[in-house]
Design a protein around this ligand. Structure first.
Ligand code: NIG
Ligand code: FE
Length: 417
């Protein structure tokens, strides 16, 4: 199967092979070619170049583009071609919604207060328990279609609204079905330690035992997850709990991705880095110690400005991270409690407006660095020969800045997966 995309206004997001992530100053540029073509062979980016494609043809077709050479020729009509967004932190599989708590939040209750009253994550867990696997899939699939239509081509999806072994497995099976039924890349993360389950309230240690001794082995036995996450924060799980779970996860060859420093300076970054976590996420509250700790590590700091927006929390110090030479990824955190949106373009806009990232930095944080944060940088996140042709074809754009600037203006003409 060969596809040619011609008449591209700008081919945007080109990287040489072998670049796994961008750090510091390198995040500030996005390479591209004006007036370009791109060729896809069997779903993989085969080649690209400037001007018109001038390869083999039998000369009989208009513009030398013969149906015998290509199975499809797409005229981009001057629109841009760029990699799809990777979203490396979502909780897109959940039942129902939490719009009731939206009123509590407006009335002034904090995220922690809602959770402490038995609402929050436990609310979603109750609802999920009552929802069949098929129904959970249908509800989640609707959200997957929604984010795909907004340009997302790869999703990391967490469990964590089960909090009972069977319900955690139910979530992870729904994630597996999403991977099977959609053309996007999906990575699954087991987040049994999202909150202490209702049956274990007041017995956190016993719940961590359950996560380590029953849930993790069951998840690993079915091969249902690539990563393991812990909500390592004030009022949820401690650094010691987190270390225990990460060490147990390592026995099953599962790498960590930690919720850290959302509600307090929790030590979550340090415990994540010392256990070689793939990413530490949230980071709304960090000091210079966290920056120093991340320097030289393989762990990707990942910020979720949609959660700051929705919860009225501080935004992570993204500028300080990048200025210190660190890489940075962005994610939507799509979930019913702190970010009921998976719009990566809105995430880019928030990162620019609220965190002072340049549009180029925000773009790299949502593509190549986001790909790294979910372990798919070898195949996604840039225009690179050999990577999957997971592409957005846009309407003609005046500049890269237009993407976050006019973030509510539809800009996608067509997606290629
Ligand atoms: O990433 N912080 C913990 N977990 C989610 C919120 C989950 C929820 O409230 O349902 C987050 O923000
Ligand atoms: Fe989250």
């Amino acid at each position: 199967m060969r596809i040619l995309i011609r008449n591209i206004g700008r081919l945007c997001g080109i990287l040489p092979a072998g670049i796994r992530r961008l750090e510091g100053r390198d995040m500030g540029s996005v390479a591209g070619i004006d007036k370009a073509w791109l060729m896809i062979e069997d779903g993989v980016i085969a080649s690209f170049g400037a001007g018109e494609w001038e390869g083999e043809s039998d000369g009989g077709c208009e513009g030398g583009l013969c149906c015998g050479v290509f199975d499809e020729v797409i005229d981009a009509e001057g629109g841009w071609v760029m990699p799809t967004f990777c979203d490396p932190h979502t909780h897109i599989v959940y039942a129902g919604s939490r719009d009731g708590e939206f009123r509590d939040k407006i009335a002034g209750l904090s995220y922690e207060e809602i959770a402490a009253r038995g609402g929050g994550i436990l609310n979603s867990a109750d609802l999920l328990h009552e929802t069949s696997e098929d129904e959970l899939f249908e509800q989640s699939a609707r959200r997957v279609r929604e984010v795909m239509a907004k340009g997302t081509g790869a999703l990391e999806i967490k469990s964590g609204y089960g909090l009972r072994t069977e319900d955690e497995l139910k979530m992870l099976r729904v994630i597996r079905r999403i991977r099977e039924e959609f053309p996007i890349t999906v990575k699954a993360t087991f987040l049994g330690a999202h909150a202490v389950g209702r049956e274990y309230l007041g017995r956190r240690g016993a719940y961590v035992d359950l996560v380590c001794n029953e849930m993790l082995p069951a998840v690993a036995a079915e091969g249902l997850a690539e990563y393991v996450d812990v909500f390592c924060d004030q009022g949820f799980f401690s650094c010691d709990d987190c270390a225990r779970i990460l060490e147990r996860a390592a026995e099953f060859n599962l790498r960590g991705k930690i919720h850290a420093n959302e509600l307090a300076v929790s030590g979550g970054v340090q415990v994540g880095v010392s256990h070689n976590a793939l990413s530490v996420d949230h980071l709304e509250r960090t000091g210079d110690e966290e920056i120093a700790c991340l320097k030289g590590s393989n762990t990707m700091p990942t910020m979720l400005p949609g959660a700051s927006f929705f919860l009225g929390m501080p935004y992570g110090r993204a500028r300080a991270f990048i200025d210190a030479g660190l890489p940075l990824a962005l994610a939507s955190d799509y979930n019913p409690g702190s970010s009921p949106s998976g719009d990566m373009r809105f995430v880019m806009a928030l990162a620019c407006i609220k965190q002072r990232l340049t549009p180029e930095e925000a773009f790299n944080a949502c593509t190549i660095n986001a790909a790294y944060a979910m372990g798919v940088e070898d195949t996604l996140g840039s225009i690179t020969p050999g990577k999957h042709a997971s592409l957005i074809i846009t309407e003609p754009l005046p500049s890269l800045a237009f993407i976050p600037y006019a973030h509510q203006t539809p800009f996608i003409k067509r997606m290629v997966f």
